[in-house]
Design a protein around this ligand. Structure first.
Ligand SMILES: [Zn+2]
Length: 92
């Protein structure tokens, strides 16, 4: 029997039973701000992609409800100052 990789939802912990379940991927990143003085915190939401799901930064979300909860937490994190936008060093 082939080993099947299973992902679980980063909000509710539900396990993805098959890649046929169309989940969502959220990615928190720093976009360059217009004044170039720092990063602009950005939250990206993308349809499920298996390659992307393997990225360490990717958050796996099982559905709209958990996407909403994740976004609420992300927003609250900035309000509370616990989330910061740090520029990642470029590899080039
Ligand atoms: Zn979930």
């Amino acid at each position: 029997m082939a080993w099947i990789e299973r992902f679980s939802c980063d909000v509710c912990g539900k396990q993805q039973m098959s890649v046929e379940e169309k989940w969502w991927i959220a990615l928190s990143e720093c976009a360059p701000s217009l004044d170039m003085k720092g990063g602009q915190p950005t939250l990206k939401l993308m349809p499920w992609d298996n390659a992307l799901a393997h990225s360490a930064e990717s958050k796996h979300l099982c559905g709209a409800g958990c996407v909403h909860t994740f976004m609420d937490r992300w927003m609250a994190g900035f309000r509370a100052g616990t989330e910061t936008c740090v520029d990642l060093p470029t590899s080039s």
